[in-house]
Design a binder for this molecule. Structure first.
Ligand code: ZN
Length: 68
C-alpha cells in the first residue's frame, strides 16, 4: 500500500498516511488541529525526482570542466 504525504493548510503540519489508491483522493483530517483542509503531497514512495522544489541531491560531483 503506498504512503501518501499530506500537509495541513491550517497549521502546516505534514503527516503521512497509508492509503489505498482509491482512498488517496479522500480528504484527510489533520492529526494536529483536526482540520480537514489538507492537501496531498506526492508520495515519498514514488519520489523519483521531478517533484516540487529543488530536491537535487547528488552526492558525487559531476565530471565537469577541470578548470574550477
Ligand atoms: Zn492542522
Amino acid at each position: 500500500m503506498p504512503m501518501y504525504d499530506f500537509a495541513c493548510r491550517e497549521c502546516g503540519q505534514v503527516f503521512e498516511k497509508k492509503l489505498r489508491m482509491s482512498q488517496s483522493s479522500d480528504p484527510q483530517t489533520c492529526p494536529g488541529c483536526g482540520s480537514g483542509d489538507t492537501r496531498r503531497h506526492m508520495s515519498s514512495a514514488f519520489a523519483v525526482g521531478g517533484g516540487s522544489g529543488p530536491t537535487r541531491t547528488i552526492s558525487a560531483p559531476p565530471p565537469s570542466s577541470p578548470f574550477t
